[in-house]
Design a protein around this ligand. Structure first.
Ligand code: G16
Length: 593
């Protein structure tokens, strides 16, 4: 096998963001660009001689070309064996599982996640470690350092590999094995959940055979439900989860064909934005809300790690989803004995904190990015993790997992006989409701966004103790994370303002005490409200400034108000403090999630 060494010059923009290197396809397609980054990864994490590597992607435009490139460059590294998803397809959680199951050294995931695909869209490369999780910061920094001093890359001179047919081939010292993209992952789901129970529920719905079924019916469950069947619609958004969802929901759980819509991964995702939120999955949301529509709807994103959960009359905010799954986890086979702890990213709503407090579990608050959960999961400190950005997962893999979250909800409905709406409202009644939303200012000028953050940072101390618009700013800080496992410190992870209602005592304890399941002690979750400013690390154009808003309501009679109305006064205060809209020359966010 001939190995060619190609001279190159470094690019200065190959710093992996929140989740891998994401750029426009056109940038990735520049001569040497992708090669340089892949070589930088090998230099930073290698040597890989004789090792096992996993490779796959979400099927977006350019996936097949970069799969061939990684194969040839891996052969040049004398990698021992590569497990490649058939046709270059592997979801992010499936890749994580395969790395763990076969004890691989690591894996490449070719994806820009929920970002748009197609020739004018985005592409991305992520590297995951031997625990199945995203490379931690020290590794991504090493990759960036390597990328800046690269003078050459190595590539095998060989024909393209047939990636569409399962089987083994040998290239130089490397065995390339094309594997079923779905089987291992679907088998793992059967290990975690009791599929016999789920199958019965899918066949009979709320109508029969489940505990509390009668109560569920009396409360309006199953209105518009077809006789004897649970009606579910899963929107795979023309992205990677299609084959997984067909296999698990329709084949293994016996739901009717057509349960999975947009179930074939397309290179341009059918020109839609494969981001499972109420804006980009609007048709699904409308269908579920219709009286004769499905009982339950769910969607996943480009690479299968995000989830959207919606029941009739109830959209589940991701932060609530984490809390509700944690509160009900023992109903599920894999978590029968309880959870070790819960982790959420700092901007994620604090509903899970109340569950952790009630169950006596540790709660960890990490920076945004799944990579920060890795150490906590590896050390056994936590079992469930979640983020406001539609990500939920558990210790079964080291990535968030869209289909897992859907199965959790199905399982909890099956075990309780309660609808999504009932489960959510009962949760709020017990714990209080954390009203939550996120404003995104997308594609703004990077310097202007940086300056807003810098000015906020510089002024933080002056805000503490001030009263504004009926609120007391009790705490204002620049979030830094001290990893309890490896002791690393990650600074500048978001600027947060924690508020008490003016007139309540300094720690907002009035709000705290009125909660039926009040959290004791000096916890951030005790504050009546908060807002957080943060710059996104996943955008590919200009900067995206995110403003996260949260308000805690313990009063049951006030838990069914309009989220945006409830949070609008906080948004006005955040704007008053930051001057955000005027400085970005925007009069509204690009998107409200
Ligand atoms: C990625 C990360 C998540 C993060 C999200 C948003 O998700 O894996 O941990 O919460 O981006 O990050 P940011 O606010 O920096 O844009 P995904 O699904 O895009 O891989």
């Amino acid at each position: 096998m001939q190995i060619k060494t190609v001279t190159t010059t470094p690019f200065d923009d190959q710093n992996p963001g929140t989740s891998g290197l994401r750029k426009k396809v056109a940038l990735f397609a520049r001569p040497h660009y992708a090669e340089n980054f892949i070589q930088a990864v090998f230099n930073a994490v290698g040597p890989m001689q004789g090792k096992l590597l996993v490779l796959g992607g979400d099927g977006r435009y350019y996936n097949r070309e970069i799969i061939q490139l990684v194969l040839k460059m891996a052969v040049a590294q004398n990698v021992g064996k590569i497990l490649l998803g058939q046709s270059g397809i592997l979801s992010t959680p499936a890749t994580s599982h395969i790395i763990r199951k076969y004890q691989a050294y690591g894996g490449f995931i070719l994806s820009a996640s929920h970002n748009c695909g197609g020739v004018d869209g985005d592409f991305g490369i992520k590297y995951n470690m031997d625990n199945g999780g995203p490379a931690p910061e020290k590794v991504t920094q090493a990759i960036f350092t390597e990328s800046k001093k690269l003078t050459a890359y190595h590539i095998a001179v060989m024909d393209d590999v047939n990636i569409d047919r399962q089987g083994r081939s040998q290239c130089g010292e490397t065995i390339i094995e094309v594997i079923d993209s779905v089987r291992d992952y679907a088998d793992m789901m059967e290990d975690l959940f009791d599929f016999a129970v789920l199958r019965r529920f899918c066949a009979q719905g709320f109508a029969a055979g489940v505990k509390n079924g009668a109560a569920a019916k009396a409360n309006g469950a199953g209105k518009g439900e077809a006789a004897g069947g649970f009606r579910f619609c899963f929107d795979a958004m023309n992205a990677v989860t299609g084959p997984y969802a067909h296999e698990i929901f329709e084949h293994r759980l016996g739901l009717p064909k057509g349960t999975v819509i947009r179930g074939t991964p397309l290179p341009d995702f059918g020109k839609i934005h494969p981001d499972p939120n109420r804006i980009y999955a609007a048709d699904l949301c409308r269908a579920v809300m219709a009286p004769d529509g499905p009982d339950f709807g769910a969607a996943s994103d480009g690479d299968g790690d995000r989830n959207l959960i919606i029941g009739k009359g109830m959209f589940v905010a991701p932060s609530d989803s984490l809390a509700i799954l944690a509160a009900n986890a023992t109903l599920v086979k894999a978590y029968k004995t309880g959870l070790r702890g819960i982790a959420r990213s700092m901007p994620t709503g604090m509903a899970a904190d109340r569950v952790a407090a009630r169950l006596g579990l540790p709660l960890f608050e990490t920076p945004t990015g799944w990579k920060f959960f890795g150490n906590l999961l590896d050390s056994g400190a936590v079992t469930f993790c979640g983020e406001e950005s539609f990500g939920t997962g558990s210790s079964h893999v080291r990535e968030k997992d869209g289909i897992w979250a859907v199965l959790m909800w199905l399982n909890i409905m099956a075990a309780t006989g309660k609808t999504v709406k009932q489960l959510v409202e009962e949760h709020w009644a017990l714990y209080g409701r954390n009203y939550y939303t996120r404003y995104d200012y997308e594609g703004v000028e990077s310097n202007a966004a940086d300056k807003i953050m810098a000015d906020l940072r510089a002024g933080l101390a002056a805000y503490e103790g001030q009263e504004m618009d009926g609120w007391e700013i009790v705490k204002a800080d620049d979030f830094a994370y001290h990893d309890p496992v490896d002791k690393s410190v990650s600074r500048h992870q978001g600027i947060r303002f924690l508020l008490a209602k003016a007139g309540d005592n300094a720690k907002g304890e009035k709000g705290q005490k009125s909660g039926r399941e009040a959290v004791k002690g000096d916890k951030d979750a005790n504050y009546a409200a908060r807002f957080v400013f943060r710059l996104s690390g996943t955008g590919t154009q200009g900067a995206t400034l995110r403003l996260y808003l949260e308000y805690y309501e313990a009063d049951y009679d006030r838990q069914n108000r309009d989220v945006q109305e409830v949070l609008a006064p906080l948004a006005r205060l955040a704007d008053k403090i930051s001057g955000l809209q005027a400085r970005l020359q925007r009069n509204r966010p690009s998107m409200i999630v």
